[in-house]
Design a protein around this ligand. Structure first.
Ligand SMILES: Nc1ncnc2c1ncn2[C@@H]1O[C@H](COP(=O)(O)OP(=O)(O)OP(=O)(O)O)[C@@H](O)[C@H]1O
Length: 333
């Protein structure tokens, strides 16, 4: 039960953007996802969340480091194991309009993978399972949805069809990439509730990728949140702990920027005076800690020179910050 289904060990991914010019979209990220666990990846646009998600589902290969599925490096899987991995770890994309075939009815959209992968046989059996799947994602009455085309559904309903399609192959991990960002807030929350129910019912592990820390907090309240900045993981902790006691100054800044009236967040809210509002380009990354040009705590002697490691602390938190490390060392004395 406690064994990770997915494990990233020091995973990096570079992309060539010009001749002889590469950016590191993901830099030395390590994390684990266990059965039935919820983990949210949070960070500003372009910080490497989607690339991390794509490496987890095997759509993008790491430039270095390893991705383990059930303890085995996915680059070493044989054909049969790779197929099991690709079915077991599913991704739900940002824009379901673009990812659903407009000429397929919802029934066809769900029946095709069921039949193709041999999960059902015969029309009756397939129809029963399609209805079951639609009900699982709260698209009811299912009979009224079956013959519709994607354009006849609302944005929220299309998102649910995308989730149902991912479930056709009975995965153990779902990577939901900003799956709710295209629809408005009440619908976003309702879809997150459906995902939480699926987690309970199926023991599904969910990695939810969002730039919205308030949403991550809502979704991952029983799970963990990982905060990314310019390709690196800067803090991972249980969602409650991370919101109640953010350690990394970037996490503090993200929390302080949440405008909504959220009592858990506003209670803890500290005003963070960033030294700069500009996010550096991945093409010209600052030396040392890449957050140092914006960080209110920065110490030129170390932060500009040395890349901070993500340190595991005894309370279960992981933080990559020289100043936090120094303070914790002093407190421990
Ligand atoms: N295939 C690619 N080729 C070149 N650069 C890429 C490619 N995929 C991603 N990138 C770059 O890598 C960086 C990280 O992108 P990524 O999509 O992982 O970030 P993100 O945090 O998910 O952003 P968003 O929230 O905007 O989706 C960005 O600068 C992006 O432009």
């Amino acid at each position: 039960m406690d064994k990770p289904i997915i494990e990233l060990n020091h995973v990096s991914r570079a992309f060539q953007v010009k001749r002889n010019t590469y950016i590191k979209a993901v830099d030395n990220v390590s994390m684990r996802l266990k059965e039935g666990e919820i983990v949210c990846l949070v960070g500003e646009s372009g910080c490497g969340k989607t690339t991390t998600g794509k490496m987890i589902v095997g759509l993008t290969r790491p430039t270095s480091g390893e991705v383990l599925y059930m303890g085995k490096d996915i680059s070493q899987l044989n054909k049969e194991e790779w197929k099991r991995f690709r079915l077991g770890v599913q991704m739900v994309h940002q824009d379901p309009y673009a990812s659903l075939n407009p000429s397929f009815t919802i029934y066809d959209t769900l029946a095709a993978p069921l039949r193709h992968h041999g999960f059902t046989s015969g029309d009756e059996n397939t129809k029963k399972r399609v209805i079951e799947l639609l009900e699982m994602v709260d698209l009811t009455p299912a009979s009224e949805i079956l013959d519709k085309y994607p354009h006849q559904l609302s944005g929220g309903q299309r998102q649910r069809v995308s989730v149902a399609r991912a479930l056709t192959v009975s995965p153990s991990v779902l990577v939901a990439d900003e799956a709710v960002s295209m629809v408005d807030v009440s619908i976003r929350i309702s879809l997150l509730n459906t995902l939480l129910k699926l987690k309970e019912r199926m023991g599904l592990a969910v990695l939810f990728i969002t730039h919205d820390l308030a949403l991550a907090k809502y979704f991952a309240w029983e799970g963990r949140i990982g905060v990314m900045y310019l390709g690196r993981m800067v803090e991972i902790n249980g969602a409650r702990e991370l919101v109640d006691n953010p350690q990394h100054p970037y996490t503090q800044a993200l929390l302080s920027a949440i405008p909504e009236a959220d009592p858990d967040i506003t209670r803890q809210k500290r005003h963070v005076n960033l030294r700069s509002m500009d996010v550096p380009s991945l093409l010209h990354l600052p030396t040392g800690c890449t957050f140092h040009p914006r960080c209110p705590l920065w110490d030129a002697d170390i932060c500009e020179k040395v890349v901070p490691d993500l340190v595991n602390y005894r309370d279960g938190s992981q933080v990559a910050c020289h100043i936090v490390a120094r303070k914790r060392e002093m407190d421990a004395r």
